[in-house]
Design a protein around this ligand. Structure first.
Ligand code: PAF
Length: 286
């Protein structure tokens, strides 16, 4: 591990003062919001942040409002000391670790709800999830006041929801997506991969293979319906259960695809045992 120092903030006022001082000195600031349990995908976000700006702040906060009552909030992996060491090693300048009372005081009563974009895909299976995400991200952006904030494309619907909230609320920050980092067998990096048993881990890359198969079929001119049906059957056969969705959507609006002349995204969510995996790939229809 590196012994490079990383500043640590737990409260809003000192964080804002530090960021304001950097920006006042002409140093642009990039925020990388995370829920901790950092892996190489997060560190790729930090690396990209260092390319885009002079100063990098990473936040770590496991946000309760984006977990449903039966989801994994209580068992979500937490290892702050390792996360801080990884961030220091990756060259982040500061870590922001707000506590629950800073983010949600007892009489907290405001929610950000983004309509439309949140209604299908993960939104259908995780009621309230995107409102929790939009609310916490709006707070983090307002607390840190960065020039740029980065989000991974693995959570593609989340990225679009955040972009829309930022645009609709005129928040003075640029939102950038960063391509998904993958294991050599194609599995998208995720903090939840550590829940997978050895047997599940061996099956998990099938999700990406099915998505890329559909993307390749689309660019070769095949029809969407049969491609999706075949992909669904392949996931069922591999042991994903349930497959919550496997869909082709407009890459910008997430609307069901009706026109062939726009970029699309192939997106899926499926369980392997108790672990919910999501992934998506870009596709062009010919
Ligand atoms: O993608 C995540 O890790 C979380 O949803 C985020 C953006 C940090 C908000 O809690």
């Amino acid at each position: 591990m590196s012994d490079q120092a990383i500043l640590r903030f737990d409260a809003v006022a000192p964080l804002r003062a530090r960021v304001a001082a950097w920006r006042g000195a002409g140093e642009s600031v990039v925020l990388v919001p995370t829920m901790g349990a950092l892996h190489a995908g997060h560190l790729a976000l930090v690396a990209r942040a260092r390319e885009l700006g002079r100063r990098v702040v990473a936040s770590i906060f496991v946000n309760p409002t984006q977990f449903g009552p039966t989801e994994d909030f209580s068992r979500y992996p937490r290892d702050t000391e390792t996360d801080l060491a990884l961030l220091a090693e990756a060259g982040a300048d500061a870590a922001y670790l707000p506590d629950i009372a800073t983010m949600y005081p007892p009489d907290f009563s405001t929610r950000i709800v983004v309509d439309g974009l949140t209604e299908g895909l993960c939104g259908q299976f995780r009621p309230g999830h995107f409102s929790g995400v939009a609310t916490v991200v709006t707070k983090l952006l307002n607390q840190a006041q960065p020039d740029i904030a980065l989000f991974g494309e693995k959570d593609y619907q989340q990225l679009l929801v955040i972009r829309r909230a930022v645009r609709d609320l005129d928040l003075p920050v640029a939102i950038r997506g960063v391509p998904t980092l993958r294991e050599t067998d194609g599995l998208a990096l995720s903090s939840r991969n550590r829940y997978l048993s050895a047997q599940e881990r061996a099956v998990a890359p099938r999700l990406h293979r099915v998505l890329t198969g559909i993307a390749e079929g689309l660019s070769a001119g095949a029809e969407a319906g049969p491609l999706v049906a075949k992909g669904h059957a392949a996931l069922d056969a591999a042991g994903f259960a349930p497959v919550q969705y496997l869909e082709i959507r407009d890459a910008e609006t997430l609307a069901p695809v009706t026109r062939a002349d726009r970029p699309v995204r192939v997106l899926a969510a499926a369980y392997l045992g108790r672990t919910r995996l999501i992934d998506n790939v870009a596709a062009l229809r010919s």
